[in-house]
Design a protein around this ligand. Structure first.
Ligand SMILES: Cc1cc2nc3c(=O)[nH]c(=O)nc-3n(C[C@H](O)[C@H](O)[C@H](O)COP(=O)(O)OP(=O)(O)OC[C@H]3O[C@@H](n4cnc5c(N)ncnc54)[C@H](O)[C@@H]3O)c2cc1C
Ligand code: SF4
Length: 699
């Protein structure tokens, strides 16, 4: 009889028969986790198909679960036989519930959790083309009725054989940093090779999968780097080895795809506050912290912010959220229209005397740049857009660069080494990386490294470039989520997600160390809601299912995001584990400074105040203090800009100290990461860095 220690491999080997034998007990148990009512029970509503018909689930994703499920099935039948029944399926539902409750609260808790998790994944998550009953039950649609998703015109790419031996510039990574560099350099007549390690995926391959999409990333993320990209997370509990197919949070994944994170982002497009550029001057440096002033001020960056908003396409409104960031131009598009959460929190902010407004979003609130307006679908964040209304590197900067005829975009190609030299720089590329890899050696006047905060540091370190500051000061943002119960549903299944914000706790007396922004919680995917039943709602069974249909819609909250105080000991280094090319993977270490903890705690208190003023009840902070992964979607700082090689990895224009022809141009340059999402600042700074590169082209 299989037991809980059965390895995934042996479960797989002898597993087909064992799995089939376990199905009657599992089916009966799944139908108690999600019992039938007006809607089908769990098994027929989607879990059968998930467990037995989906080859990706059966042969890959659920290998972890089967040993648990097999052991649970055996236990359920054993317990049933003790009562004189033939097996678990033969029992009445009350007796089945009693056995499940006993196992849940006793020695079988782990196996029970596996069963519940698999049941929810099968019933409430769309994945691999499945559309289970739970989605219709809660009224979730991927795209609004009548909207037919479109596939944008594919970007023109080059093959390995078409790559030239020399370019004016080689750009590593196609995220917002790399995309802006490509646009600016090609506009100046430079011939560039834009290298992206992710293969080219169609938009519909990165949309609507609630298990593999980046929003939940339960298994093998679609926008992960895939197998052969190990990292080591140096956690307080010891080193953990994770591959690019594994836990996206622990891995510190942003998104590897054409356009980097901006292909699937939420698009919150903030300017940093003037104070964000002077953190060391304003707050000093408490023990162990390494706050730094930027080598550029808000006033100097302001023209680039305006350019970033117009080149990217941002929908926003001047008013409560812009009064502290002087502007030389308005937004190119009006803000996205209102929704119930904005109305509720806006009136509450008025009662509290707080400033508020619609969040500036890099989303088309009206047709823009030859693309359609947003249709407010329910799954914006973590997905590509069904109508291509989301503005990112892939829909703005890169197409413009390619349109000049001077940008060769090479996907599925990883730069594994950068070489610097007095006369020329160069790279080694593994092209056709997921097919039949071929090694290319290409030279250039300049190499621009825009691979994101972790990979830029890894590549520089592995190439022996830069000083001891490279890789240090890895930081992100601190976050806090506060939940509660709204009298009326305020977050229906419409997009884009976050809608309203207050910046009153940024560099204010209420939250120390620069504080941060507070926004309304985005609408949760059904699978996420299933795991967060409100107080008093059981975690499975008929009442849980009823709550999913009704009370779930009243779950509401706010999300706060604020300063993480950088530390030199939080860093990217080279691990001993090797990637698919035999190059060292990244080791990630994150220490949390006590001041960072004060930021998130302070924001949580203010978030609760906002919710209370909005009449929300049952207010609670989710999960206590945030235990941020070492890296994530907002990672930055690993090649920080500064005025001297004594305190930074690059000069004020991203030129790597000690190198002749290597420039960093992405989130790694941020000395500190502001009190809001970072990408508009990455874009603005990239325009500044790239324009300077053109002006001071290395001879
Ligand atoms: C779901 C989601 C939601 C987000 N929402 C927001 C938001 O609302 N607002 C906001 O400001 N930010 C948001 N972000 C964060 C934002 O996407 C990042 O801040 C931004 O993408 C970082 O830009 P970057 O240029 O530094 O790097 P990236 O965007 O990470 O781009 C780096 C690229 O380099 C490629 N690469 C890496 N190594 C190599 C190599 N060796 N060779 C070739 N290519 C390589 C990677 O595959 C990747 O495509 C979100 C991110 C995600 C994933
Ligand atoms: S909500 Fe986001 S993904 Fe959906 S249509 Fe609008 S921009 Fe596109």
């Amino acid at each position: 009889m299989p037991d809980a220690d059965l390895s995934a491999a042996s479960a797989e080997k002898g597993g087909r028969a064992a799995r089939a034998a376990a199905l009657p007990a599992l089916r009966a148990a799944i139908d108690r986790i999600i019992p039938a009512d007006a809607w089908p029970a769990g098994w027929e509503g989607g879990v059968r198909e998930y467990l037995t018909d989906d080859p990706i689930a059966a042969d890959r994703d659920l290998l972890w679960a089967w040993p648990e499920l097999l052991s649970l099935a055996a236990r359920l039948d054993d317990e049933a036989r003790r009562t004189g029944a033939a097996d678990f399926a033969a029992l009445g539902v009350d007796e089945q519930d009693a056995i499940l409750a006993m196992i849940e609260s006793g020695s079988g808790a782990r196996a029970f959790d596996a069963l519940r998790r698999v049941s929810w994944e099968g019933y409430y998550a769309s994945s691999d083309g499945r559309h289970p009953a739970g989605l219709d039950m809660v009224g979730f649609r991927g795209a609004p009725e009548g909207v037919t998703p479109i596939e944008p015109e594919p970007l023109k790419t080059v093959t390995a054989a078409q790559v030239h031996s020399h370019y004016d510039a080689i750009i590593v990574g196609s995220g917002p940093g790399g995309g802006v560099a490509a646009q600016v350099l090609t506009a100046a007549g430079k011939h560039v090779l834009l290298v992206e390690r992710a293969p080219y995926l169609r938009a519909d391959e990165i949309r609507g999968d609630h298990l593999h999409g980046k929003r939940n990333a339960v298994y093998w993320p679609t926008v992960g780097p895939g197998p052969g990209h190990p990292r080591v997370a140096q956690t307080p509990d010891g080193d953990r080895l994770i591959d690019g197919t594994g836990d996206a949070g622990l891995y510190g994944l942003n998104a590897d795809t054409i356009g980097g994170g901006t292909r699937i982002w939420q698009g919150m497009a903030w300017r940093f506050m003037p104070e964000d550029f002077r953190m060391a001057s304003l707050y000093g440096n408490p023990d162990g912290a390494s706050l730094a002033d930027w080598p550029v001020s808000y006033d100097e960056l302001e023209p680039y912010y305006t350019k970033a908003e117009w080149e990217l396409g941002v929908a926003g409104e001047e008013g409560g959220l812009t009064s502290r960031t002087p502007r030389s131009a308005g937004y190119p598009m009006p803000a996205m229209g209102t929704e119930p959460s904005r109305e509720l929190l806006g009136s509450a902010a008025d009662r509290l005397g707080w400033g508020w407004g619609p969040i500036p979003l890099a989303i088309n609130s009206q047709p823009w740049d030859g693309r359609a307006a947003c249709v407010r679908c329910a799954q914006c964040i973590g997905n590509t857009c069904p109508v291509d209304a989301k503005n990112g590197s892939q829909s703005t900067f890169i197409p413009r660069a390619i349109a000049t005829g001077l940008c060769d975009l090479l996907p599925d190609a990883e730069v594994v080494e950068v070489r610097d030299g007095v006369g020329a720089a160069g790279v080694t590329i593994m092209a056709d990386a997921t097919k039949r890899p071929v090694e290319l050696t290409v030279s250039a006047d300049v190499v621009v490294v825009s691979a994101g905060a972790v990979e830029t540091a890894r590549l520089l370190l592995a190439s022996g470039l830069g000083n001891d500051h490279v890789g240090r000061y890895l930081h992100d943002h601190r976050t806090a989520t506060v939940l509660g119960h709204a009298a009326e549903p305020v977050k229906p299944y419409i997009g884009p997600g976050h809608s309203v914000a207050t910046l009153d706790h940024v560099h204010a007396a209420t939250v120390p160390w620069g504080g941060g922004v507070i926004v309304d919680l985005m609408g949760l995917l059904p699978l996420t809601s299933a795991g967060q039943p409100g107080p008093g709602t059981p975690a499975w069974g008929a009442r849980h299912k009823e709550w999913m249909r009704g009370g779930r819609a009243n779950l509401f909250g706010v999300f706060a995001m604020g300063q993480e105080i950088p530390m030199p000991t939080s860093r990217v280094t080279l691990a001993s584990v090797k990637d698919r090319w035999g190059r060292p993977g990244a080791a990630l270490r994150k220490e949390v400074h006590w001041t960072s903890q004060q930021v998130e705690d302070g924001l949580a208190v203010q978030g609760a105040t906002w919710l209370a003023a909005a009449g929300i009840t049952d207010i609670r902070r989710q999960g206590g203090p945030a235990t941020a992964s070492a890296a994530g979607e907002h990672s930055c700082g690993t090649a920080r800009m500064g005025t001297s090689s004594d305190n930074s990895a690059t000069d004020p224009y991203g030129r790597v100290w000690g190198s002749h022809r290597v420039v960093a141009c992405d989130s790694s340059l941020h000395p500190t990461n502001g009190s809001v999402n970072p990408t508009l600042t990455i874009v603005a700074n990239a325009f500044r860095v790239a324009e300077n590169l053109v002006a001071e082209w290395p001879r």
